[in-house]
Design a protein around this ligand. Sequence first.
Ligand code: UD1
Ligand code: CA
Length: 484
Amino acid sequence: MLSTKVQGIVLAAGQGTRFNTGRSKLVEKICGQEMILFATRLLEQLHIPTLVVVGYQKELIKSVLSQHHGSSISYCVQEQQKGTGHAVLCTQQHWDRDHLLIMNGDVPLVTPDIIERLYNEHTKTNGEITFVTSHNPDPSSGGYGRVIKKGNSIAIVEARDFDGDPTEECCINAGIYLVRRAFLEDTIGTLKLHETSQEFYLTDLVKIASDNNLTVTTVSAPFDRIRGINNFQELWAAEQVKRCELLKHWMDRGVHFSAAQNVHLDLDITIGSGTYVGCGVHIQGKTIIGKNCKINEFSSLEDVTMGDGVEVHPHSIIKNSIIESFAEVGPFGHVDQSTVKEYAHVGKFVELKRTTMGRIAKAKHLAYLGDAQIGDRVNIGAGTVICNYDGTHKHKTIIGDDAFIGSNNTIIAPLTVGKKAFTAAGSVITDDVPESALAIGRTHQTNKEGYADKIRSTQQEEPRVEFTAAGFVGALKSKNNSCQ
Ligand code: UD1
Ligand code: CA
């Protein structure tokens, strides 16, 4: 019913001046998702066709929305931001359902059940306006409109116009309204400009309906669900609420967070049961983590697909990559656009870029492996660098199964190291290495007997300088002890 009778209108044209960024607040992120998408995804979930009012930085907002919704959202432009009432007036040509669900774009924590209750109440009472309210024990903060009920009359008084008792009037307007279209058609053009703010308030419709003895009803929701976001402090508070929700969701599914208060989780992630997540970990984007993994402290995963039993050691950064089951990364591992196959080990200070590490392959210490296809069971020695970039182009390196790359190799791409080949430690490998061959790319060592003593005898000994604390003048070492 909701989807056939109701049309959604999301107000997103405002400048968000209280954020002081110059950017529309509606693209600020909460748990990795732009604020405006919370409202539009909610309406999408409820199959309500949606119209978004854009104005300030409209192209930016439209591009965020089209990335998620494609072309399923329609837009209306409010060229000058003259208030929420004026924003709705701008949409009049596009009204095509019996009831309009009008939502502020900056109320991201609303859940579907609130909208369903709103609709049920609206239908049950056959109302003109039904809107969401909440009890806010500290209503002086946040600039919410107060809902003032006296006898049969009801009105919303905006924060700047409110002169009642702030501790008594704790019922606030959430900014979510279901309005009969016929009523809106009659009244939206009659809203009066408020001189102090130079705005038309949508909220004045409540008093208009009430004064005309039309049915106005409210539906109450928990304050945490209807928090409005006007500045960074409120954004932070809303993100805490969302994060707590996500943490509880994953905890209930068997995920152990050692310091839940310090973890950042995005909305669209998945974490398998039995997985441990350490302090300061960021799990972002569309990351999927398997079962029984260990993501240790201060690691960051973004758009990663991870199998089961993977261990990510502290301070590792993994992006746009696949880490297969039982692999290990870090500490201080960097993996970008790469695949680490089962049981492979990308160790301490090892960086992988557009590289595949084969099954049980190991690069345990200090290496840069770029644009490489590394076979199964390969061992990469400490200090190995693949020189994949010639300043203009990136080149590919292929290292066959069971090859052994000695420590401190410099591998100059493009080239292929055959299966089971060896390269000697300290080599500069410039050419292909055949299968099972040993490549040595370094000069032979020459020992000159007694030569060290000869060098020493020709070196002049440095005069020894005695110094005390007073011997330093700033950063300069003085040879005498005075400080003139
Ligand atoms: C509004 C309500 C207030 C309510 C609060 C709930 C009005 C007059 N006041 O106040 O009663 O308690 O929300 O959070 O409606 N917008 C436009 N065009 C404009 C102005 C705003 O599209 O010309 C959009 C904004 O982008 C925003 C939404 O409307 O998404 C709400 O505007 P905002 O300025 O945040 O209203 P509040 O002062 O919070
Ligand atoms: Ca607001």
